[in-house]
Write a protein that binds this ligand. Structure first.
Ligand SMILES: NC(=O)c1ccc[n+]([C@@H]2O[C@H](COP(=O)([O-])OP(=O)(O)OC[C@H]3O[C@@H](n4cnc5c(N)ncnc54)[C@H](O)[C@@H]3O)[C@@H](O)[C@H]2O)c1
Ligand SMILES: N[C@H](CO)Cc1c[nH]c[nH+]1
Ligand SMILES: [Zn+2]
Length: 425
């Protein structure tokens, strides 16, 4: 890879880095058609798109029992991968259990006010599975919903000639209620509008490729969505203490997800930048998914960048607002203090992004494409809605009556004022 200098980036290069759309805009019109076809034709369209895009003749769209069976078979075979699924699931559960908010009520001087949290009834979790199988994304999407207390958690995952048994087992382990073999934009439409087989949900969550992401943006409004979680991104913010081989390893790891993945390193150390660029090329050539990695490295939103100072590197990281931000520097906590825009932050040399991807316990469904400036990743909150509660005593309402009636008068809403006055007649 070439090393570029932050200060010398052209406006077009800055736009490509900061306004990455990961191919989503380019497929929006095609996706609109897929979404409409599934909305109108239901399972028939689901099956046709499975043939066209996944090359699979789907029989039963509902594969809930297959997930249960896959879990049993791995358990019967004492397959160690099930232990890995269970350990990762336990860590994700433990971290998300801590996020459960408590209902509360407090006395504000005669005004007893509070908030209560209740789960959404029916949610859909998209578990990606095109180029690679994603059992880990099953855990990340389903477990927070179960922890929140969602009544019906439906999962959609792409069909395959042979469904991945580990993904199916992870879906079962995480506690899904229904599982459907439908992928891409057609899955999002089926969950949003329902089909003969797929139950319509109230909120859809989960990551996916550009077709999935475009579909979520299209159905948004008819159904709630979490946020747009597209192809993976990582930004490594490093000083001269970083090991170039490890920085490169984290870039190459996220690059192997998708040709549209974005991977960036920014450092104030010119020698480190050169070493990272060389190490990335060397490591990419050794990986099985070299072609995907190469495409992601050549993506306009990827690069190795040299900044004139760490403050300039931090400003770059803030503007980039990465899904994953890895800070590898002598005083990483001081740098973290200056960062506000990041989906998930990885501190120090022993926190590779892959730890968060799989088993640290944090969620890996995170905002991409600069979304971290506006919202956070998947959490228990994603599956809850809140209501407020109030009980005023007589004195408190009396104290407020002047304020309420004069504001009601200002708004020309006499009946509002009267509903207060009447209580003191
Ligand atoms: N941001 C996050 O939190 C996060 C987490 C995990 C994974 N990811 C991302 O999820 C993505 C997974 O992508 P994937 O492709 O492996 O799986 P996927 O499940 O997202 O997509 C597979 C589906 O894409 C559809 N598709 C493929 N080619 C198509 C075409 N030409 N036209 C219309 N539809 C088509 C098919 O229906 C197929 O079922 C990666 O980009 C990865 O980086 C992101
Ligand atoms: N890095 C991806 C997006 O956060 C998540 C993932 C799943 N498997 C491996 N990695
Ligand atoms: Zn990953």
């Amino acid at each position: 890879m070439d090393v570029r200098t932050v200060a010398d980036l052209s406006p077009a290069e800055r736009r490509a880095l900061f306004e990455r759309d990961a191919g989503v805009d380019g497929v929006r019109e095609d996706v609109r058609e897929i979404v409409e076809r599934v909305r109108e034709e239901g399972d028939v369209a689901v099956r046709e798109f499975a043939e066209e895009f996944d090359g699979v003749a789907v029989g039963n769209v509902d594969i809930t029992d297959d997930a249960t069976r896959a879990h049993e078979e791995l358990a019967d075979a004492d397959d160690p991968v099930l232990d890995a699924v269970r350990e990762a699931a336990a860590n994700v559960r433990e971290f998300h259990d801590r996020q459960r908010p408590e209902d509360w009520r407090d006395d504000f001087g005669g005004r007893e006010l509070g908030r209560r949290f209740r789960p959404i009834d029916r949610v859909g979790v998209y578990v990606p599975g095109g180029a690679a199988a994603y059992p880990s994304s099953a855990l990340m999407g389903i477990i927070p919903a179960v922890v929140a207390g969602v009544d019906h958690v439906a999962v959609a995952t792409p069909p395959a000639a042979e469904l991945n048994p580990v993904t199916l087992a992870a879906i079962h382990e995480a506690g899904a209620d229904a599982v459907y073999q439908v992928g891409g934009a057609q899955a999002i439409s089926a969950l949003a509008y329902g089909t003969e087989t797929v139950t319509r949900v109230q909120k859809i969550v989960g990551p996916g490729n550009k077709w999935v992401t475009a579909a979520k943006s299209i159905v948004q409004g008819d159904v709630e969505i979490d946020f747009l979680a597209g192809p993976s991104e990582v930004l490594v913010l490093a000083d001269d203490t970083a090991d170039p081989d490890l920085v490169a390893a984290d870039l190459v790891a996220q690059a192997e997800h998708d040709p549209n993945a974005s991977v960036v390193a920014v450092t104030d150390d010119a020698a480190l930048a050169d070493a990272v660029a060389d190490a990335v090329d060397a490591q990419a050539a050794e990986r099985e998914r070299e072609e995907t990695i190469r495409a992601a490295l050549d993506n306009e939103a990827s690069g190795v960048l040299h900044a004139r100072s760490m403050p300039e590197a931090v400003l770059f990281a803030e503007e980039y607002a990465a899904e994953h931000l890895s800070i590898v520097a002598d005083d990483d906590e001081a740098l973290l203090d200056r960062i506000t825009n990041a989906g998930s932050v990885f501190l120090g040399p022993y926190s590779p992004v892959a730890a968060g991807d799989y088993a640290a316990g944090t969620n890996h469904v995170l905002p991409t494409n600069g979304g971290a400036k506006r919202y956070g990743g998947l959490s228990v909150d994603t599956f809850l809605r809140s209501s407020t509660v109030q009980r005023l005593d007589r004195d408190a309402l009396d104290d407020l009556s002047e304020t309420i009636t004069s504001l009601a008068k200002a708004e020309g809403l006499e009946a509002h004022a009267e509903s207060v006055r009447k209580r003191f007649e």
